[in-house]
Write a protein that binds this ligand. Sequence first.
Ligand SMILES: [Zn+2]
Length: 74
Amino acid sequence: MKQQRFDIDLDKHYNATVVIACEECGRETRMHLKSLLPDHALRCRCGADISMGAPEIQKAERQADAIRQSYRIH
Ligand SMILES: [Zn+2]
């Protein structure tokens, strides 16, 4: 299964945004983590498939939790 590259951003309300990097054109697509559905078809503007599977979404949620905890320490 293809691994999607992504980064996590938190806004000031600690809502997580997933920034998915397209493998074809490099364009970044931002999606709220809560609105991401496993294996839901997502397309970059160039037409490439940038959907994320359930394991990747779980990984994204763990990363968002880790970022939230690091914010609370400071
Ligand atoms: Zn693309």
